[in-house]
Design a protein around this ligand. Structure first.
Ligand SMILES: [Zn+2]
Length: 326
């Protein structure tokens, strides 16, 4: 049973918003584009698991796609896919890396043509998750569940080189079609219920509650100043910041298209890049409005929660709430 579904990471939405709103010749553009490509490839790799996991027989396992859980006050561990039953748990870690792949104790080395790149050892990464998740279960239930993990190489253009000195590679690194047989074999080895059904349901609810998506402060990460972010409302057709408010309507100055909700997309961008709080003045300047009374009217029309009064009033933006209007 699917208990938690994967969502597009907020980081990808932020990187896309940032690229939309930086000048074409900005010096950091290339790095941001690379980071976006990496994030997308990771996300697609994780998505590739879902199709194969759906084929695993066993009606009673709970499936969690992408869980980010705390292991202390400020630190988290992230699981691409968790299978949890009354008898055991199993973790799948997706790696979407093309090329020839060689894994030793210290690292994963990827070779394409003659270029080598090194990544952390994914077997250890998955085992770390087993460790933290095992602890978490023990803290919540006082029980120890048998567990295992696999690293799934989701890129069809990857070749995994065997490593006779490191047996874990053959045992733990698999391609997606091997998920079903390997998981089934593990399931068959542990048949004894350890957690009661009711307790498992409770644990499942707690996991969903504890899940904390990563939400990086993207403009800080790339050392971009707030005043470098381009204001304005994008036209869907022209893909330019050419929509302006004139005589109570939002109209594109290039193609003439009228689009009265496009400014909400701009507020979503504001929330992604600048943060979840906006004053009337900030809104006026970001939407390039001619008066602060229009700005105030627009903000009020969205029924956003706010704190402070008059000039100090700050409206609280949330992507989820803004998207309800779109
Ligand atoms: Zn247009």
């Amino acid at each position: 049973m699917l208990k938690k579904e994967r969502k597009i990471p907020i980081k990808i939405l932020k990187l896309e918003a940032l690229l939309r709103r930086l000048p074409a010749n900005h010096v950091r553009r290339k790095y941001i584009e690379e980071e976006l490509a990496r994030s997308y490839s990771g996300y697609r790799g994780e998505q590739a698991l879902d199709y194969y996991v759906a084929q695993i027989p066993g009606k009673d396992h709970l499936i969690f796609q992408d869980l980010r859980l705390p292991f202390s006050k400020d630190y988290f561990f992230q699981i691409d896919l968790l299978l949890l039953t009354q008898r055991h748990f199993l973790i799948l870690e997706a790696k979407n890396i093309a090329g020839t792949i060689f894994i030793d104790q210290n690292q994963l080395v990827r070779t394409i043509d003659d270029a080598k790149a090194s990544y952390p050892n994914p077997i250890h990464q998955a085992e770390n998750q087993q460790y933290h998740f095992g602890n978490l279960i023990q803290n919540h239930t006082n029980l120890i569940l048998p567990n295992t993990s696999f690293v799934v190489m989701t890129n069809s253009n990857s070749i995994i080189k065997p490593n006779p000195d490191y047996r874990a590679v053959a045992q733990k690194v698999i391609g997606p079609p091997v998920i079903r047989p390997r998981v089934s074999r593990f399931y068959s080895e542990y048949q004894k219920d350890i957690i009661e059904k009711k307790e498992l349901q409770k644990l499942s609810r707690q996991l969903i509650k504890m899940h904390t998506p990563s939400d990086p402060h993207i403009i800080e990460q790339f050392q971009i100043e707030k005043n470098e972010i381009l204001p304005g409302v994008f036209c869907e057709e022209c893909e330019q910041r050419t929509i302006i408010r004139l005589q109570r309507r939002w109209r594109c100055t290039q193609c003439g298209k009228v689009d009265d909700i496009r400014f909400i997309h701009a507020l979503v961008d504001y929330c992604l890049l600048m943060g979840p709080s906006i004053t009337n003045q900030q809104c006026r300047s970001f939407l390039q409005l001619t008066s602060s009374s229009i700005s105030s009217k627009l903000l009020r029309s969205l029924h956003l929660p706010y704190t402070g009064e008059y000039k100090n009033r700050a409206y609280h933006l949330s992507i989820k709430e803004l998207q309800k209007w779109l």
